[in-house]
Design a protein around this ligand. Structure first.
Ligand code: NAD
Ligand code: UDX
Length: 475
């Protein structure tokens, strides 16, 4: 079976870049990305794309209007497509059963219902690209087969996405593996072959793994759980390092040289953020609990427990070092995105840190090179963060540069590892700050010896500079 037209429901961080690369690498396929949000589609059709991702602009400019289209005409796109990706959001439920843990599958179900209502004829391959609980494909399939229309046939595949934000284009172009799960029947294998053929335009065949649907769905949750578990493992060593005088970077280097452990994802930090890790682990925990696997649930949940502890520990450290009071003190938050090279702030450690400092009535001067002012204000005004939104207006200012934010500050807090923060002129920064001037390096990216020689008081994750500074008895 040859695929001529592909449609993707959801023009977000996954749907947009994935389809752009597909169009770029498959000139023989027409790719249309649709979304319910008119604003998002308008942005995809404009000069300022709705997401910042290195290399994305060039790819979109090259293909848009040729074989890559962004539209709100969902019905037409579904009708005409041979293959339909579902790449909609699957956030953690905020209500009812599974509140705070289970994935909210509302958008996936609505997408499936849109498809079944719209399709009038033909064999359609529906691909679950969103990250979902195990067996979600079964629910999608049940919905798709709930209306028996003559001449209509569906096959559902699982094709989870492994791109990381900030490196999405490279990750998509040079994927270490593509995973396709499907029914092990002749029709299922036909569908797997058709999707595999698309990827083979640029991914070597041996990197395309095919398997049953449920293994594919679980592999996605497992991959994110393993990655996050590594970060929590290294972060769990940071208080030990601070107490004993060891340096967590040296420990990471030493253990990472063991090829069985490997060196990646061992960067200690103020805590992992992003829209995926916490959500997907909570989802895994919920599935385990639902199946009565309490010990397994507790094991994976501990990854989140350590991450929360790490965020809380760092903000307490700031308060503690600033003489146990930050009320009315200006503190510069450098970086608000959950990692560098993205403007995405979902679950960013900076949000939680800012909340703790606002709870102490600190005045926050925030700067991030890629996050919009309104996004920062919205994040901090969210009811989970600020019960009283007027508090944000009173305590928070947003700035155009690190120096503007640093002016008159008692402390700089590095929350995101942006390269430009490493290159700052810290002598200039020191001059414009209150004294004693503190640096809290939550990403362990700065030259701490150089900062100390300028006159800064320095604190970082997993390394002790000040003998008396580290014992925190109150958390
Ligand atoms: P997102 O919120 O950026 O985008 C989802 C889009 O889907 C939104 O624009 C929304 O308006 C749209 N949408 C919802 N229902 C729709 C419908 N019925 N028809 C058309 N559009 C609809 O989300 P995202 O970050 O792109 O994530 C999408 C999925 O991919 C999630 O399941 C996520 O867990 C998974 N994922 C995300 C990443 C990542 O780095 N962000 C990586 C791998 C997997
Ligand atoms: C993650 C997975 O990497 C990706 O495969 C999946 O498809 C989606 O979820 P993403 O969340 O975009 O990608 O970014 P990632 O690079 O994994 O970073 C997540 C968080 O962990 C960030 O806050 C990052 O700063 C933090 N991190 C990462 C660390 O604190 N230490 C590390 O060593 C690596």
């Amino acid at each position: 079976m040859t695929i001529k037209k592909v449609c993707c429901l959801g023009a977000g961080y996954v749907g947009g870049p994935t389809c752009s690369i597909m169009a770029y690498k498959c000139p023989d396929i027409q790719v249309i990305v649709v979304d319910k949000s008119k604003q998002r589609i308008d942005e995809w059709n404009s000069d300022v794309l709705p997401i910042y991702e290195p290399g994305l602009d060039e790819v979109v400019k090259q293909c848009r209007g040729k074989n890559l289209h962004f539209s709100t005409e969902i019905e037409t796109a579904i009708k005409e497509a041979d293959l339909i990706f579902i790449s909609v959001n699957t956030p953690t439920k905020t209500f009812g059963y599974g509140k705070g843990k289970a994935a909210d599958l509302k958008y996936v179900e609505l997408a499936a219902r849109d498809i079944v209502e719209t399709v009038e004829s033909g064999f359609k391959i529906v691909v679950e690209k969103s990250t979902v609980p195990v067996k979600a494909a079964e629910s999608i399939s049940t919905i798709l087969h709930s209306k028996q229309k003559a001449g209509v046939e569906f096959q559902v595949l699982s094709n989870p996405e492994f791109l990381a934000e900030g490196s999405a284009i490279t990750d998509l172009l040079h994927a270490e593996r593509v995973l396709i799960g499907g029914e092990q029947s002749p029709k299922g294998k036909l569908a797997i072959g058709a999707l595999s053929w698309i990827y083979q335009h640029w991914i070597p065949e041996e990197k395309i793994l095919t398997m049953d649907t449920w293994s594919s769905e679980l592999s996605k949750l497992a991959a994110n759980a393993f990655l996050a578990q590594r970060i929590s493992s290294i972060n769990a060593l940071t208080p030990l390092c601070e107490e004993t005088g060891a340096d967590v970077s040296e420990v990471a280097k030493a253990i990472g040289k063991d090829s069985r452990i490997g060196s990646k994802f061992l960067q200690a930090s103020v805590g992992f953020g992003g829209s995926c890790f916490q959500k997907d682990i909570l989802n895994l925990v919920y599935i385990c609990e639902s199946l009565g696997l309490q010990e397994v649930a507790a094991y994976w949940n501990s990854v989140i427990v350590i991450n929360d502890y790490q965020k809380r520990r760092f903000s307490l450290r700031i308060v503690h070092r600033l003489f146990n009071t930050v009320t009315d003190k200006r503190i510069s938050i450098l970086g608000f995105a959950f990692k560098k090279n993205t403007g995405d702030t979902r679950e960013s450690a900076a949000i939680h840190l800012s909340k703790h400092l606002m709870d102490e009535n600190a005045k926050l001067a925030i700067y991030d090179p890629k996050v919009d002012k309104q996004q920062i204000l919205d994040d901090l005004s969210h009811p989970y963060i600020s019960e009283d939104p007027s508090r944000v207006a009173r305590l928070v200012t947003i700035h155009q540069s690190a120096y503007e934010a640093g002016q008159g500050s008692h402390a700089l807090v590095i929350c995101t590892e942006w390269d430009e923060f490493v290159k700052l002129d810290f002598r200039r920064m020191y001059e414009i700050m209150e004294k004693p001037a503190f640096v809290f390096d939550g990403r362990k990216i700065l030259d701490h010896e150089a900062l100390i020689s300028i006159g800064f008081e320095v604190e970082t994750i997993g390394k002790r500079f000040n003998q008396s500074a580290n014992r925190l008895d109150d958390f």
